[in-house]
Design a protein around this ligand. Structure first.
Ligand code: SAJ
Length: 406
């Protein structure tokens, strides 16, 4: 039996996927409300294919509880926040979860850490948490790091098809855990050591962050001399060895906007390109804000409260607002003492910011200028409703005459 600890964005789909593929799974989370919701037959966030997977897992007998189980395999998938000032990972939740596992687990159990951690975290924090309980790693407890790689918006598909990395002290244990993940994973599973597994996860997200920063920097250069960055990227990408990503209003989410900072925090004198890239991405919401003021001036618009931001989530078709560029822009606007922008997102049904709308038509009726911050499918399907508005399209998806870009 597998006890999945932490039923959030990664733990829940992973638990459901295993249960749907014949593994006996119990999911544990300290959040009573979350566990009650799952036990009432409801999922806790929106994700393509999640509801169907949830149903399959329920039919297969998955259980949810706040209690840690006595079993031979634990998968720890709890958040790893980072400290904005030190740029270091905060391993508190992982360490606490592992300590809780130690209180109940039998000798010989395997603890798999799925949470993303900065390279070295397992040695520095997780091993001591196990050893201080009197367990000897490798003899009493087996330790594995199996970082997740699934992308919000396509998690279910990617859980099934992505290649995976398993880092283990002991190769035989690594192979055992590989067999467990092979119950559902159709991708290739590489077994390596723990330190390498930690590093690969952070490097993957850093690669994407640096490449997005390159696209964002190109957007700024092109804006400076009034060139079409999208046309330039399109043509460059026709070269067989060039593949530039897309500029945007900023980089959000809890992964790409966070993980690369671990490398900057740990190697400040070495991670120069990464540091600059992160600063470039973090500066994009301010760049968009300046663009808004610039366009308002050009169009003779003076009332900021007639400007609307479309999208609050960190990217399209998810309901996750962590590190969202729109929230960063709003914060920045408040700092500039010009509050008043209107906001709407079809995925955010609760009121989370000032001047928030819950209906696209009502929102559009109240604004003269629309800033497309997130490329939700909804706005792609309602482009005609933007006709007659001043539009700043931060993703190059709105095909209307006179649309502005970043
Ligand atoms: N973005 C751009 N331009 C692009 C692509 C993305 O500005 O060309 C922005 C998005 O709008 C968003 C942010 O970047 O704000 C991040 O979005 P994303 O879709 O690139 O990635 P995440 O954060 O949703 O998921 C990433 C994935 N990592 C990689 O692709 C290397 C995923 O596979 C990881 O599992 C996930 O991080 C994670 O949990 O670490």
């Amino acid at each position: 039996m597998v006890n999945v600890i932490g039923l959030g964005y990664i733990g829940l789909p992973t638990a459901l996927m295993m249960a749907s593929h014949g593994v006996e799974v119990i999911g544990t989370d300290y959040n009573k409300e979350l566990v009650a919701t799952l036990n009432a037959g409801k999922t806790t966030f929106k994700e393509n294919g999640l509801d169907e997977l949830f149903q399959n897992a329920l039919n297969a007998g998955i259980k949810f509880t706040t209690e840690y189980q006595v079993t031979d395999t634990y998968i720890v998938s709890v958040p790893t926040p980072y400290d904005k000032f030190s740029k270091k990972v905060d391993a508190y939740y992982v360490v606490e979860a592992v300590k809780d596992v130690m209180r109940v687990c039998p000798k010989g159990a395997t603890v798999v850490v799925e949470s993303t951690v900065s390279p070295g975290t397992i040695d520095k924090y997780v091993r001591p948490a196990i050893e201080e309980n009197g367990f000897k790693i490798g003899e009493d407890i087996n330790l594995v790091h199996a970082p997740e790689r699934i992308i919000p918006g396509n998690m279910v598909y990617e859980l099934l098809h992505n290649n995976r990395t398993i880092g283990a002290d002991d190769k035989a244990i690594g192979e055992e855990i590989k067999t467990l993940y092979s119950s559902f994973c159709q991708g290739e599973i590489v077994v390596t050591d723990i330190r390498t597994a930690e590093m690969t996860k952070v490097v993957e997200n850093t690669f994407r962050a640096v490449n997005i920063a390159f696209a964002n920097e190109l957007a700024k250069i092109c804006r400076h001399d009034n060139m079409d960055v999208y046309e330039i990227i399109k043509i460059c990408n026709m070269h067989p060895r060039v593949n530039i990503l897309q500029p945007g209003p900023g980089v959000g989410g809890h992964c790409i906007s966070v993980d690369p900072w671990f490398l900057v925090g740990d190697y400040p004198s070495l991670a120069k390109v990464i540091d600059e890239s992160m600063k470039t991405n973090d500066g994009m919401p301010d760049f968009v804000l300046n663009r808004i003021y610039e366009i308002m001036k050009e169009k003779g618009l003076t009332d900021v409260s007639r400007v609307g931001l479309y999208g609050l989530t960190y990217k399209e078709n998810v309901d996750d607002m962590r590190e969202s560029p729109t929230l960063q822009l709003l914060e920045s606007q408040e700092r500039h003492l010009a509050p008043g922008l209107k906001v709407y997102d079809p995925f955010i049904t609760k009121d989370v910011v000032k001047n928030q709308y819950h209906d696209l038509d009502v929102f559009l009726a109240d604004v003269d200028m629309v800033v497309v911050m997130v490329k939700h499918t909804e706005i792609r399907e309602n482009v005609d409703k933007l006709a007659g508005k001043v539009v700043l399209d931060c993703h190059n998806i709105i095909d209307l005459p006179g649309v502005y870009h970043i």
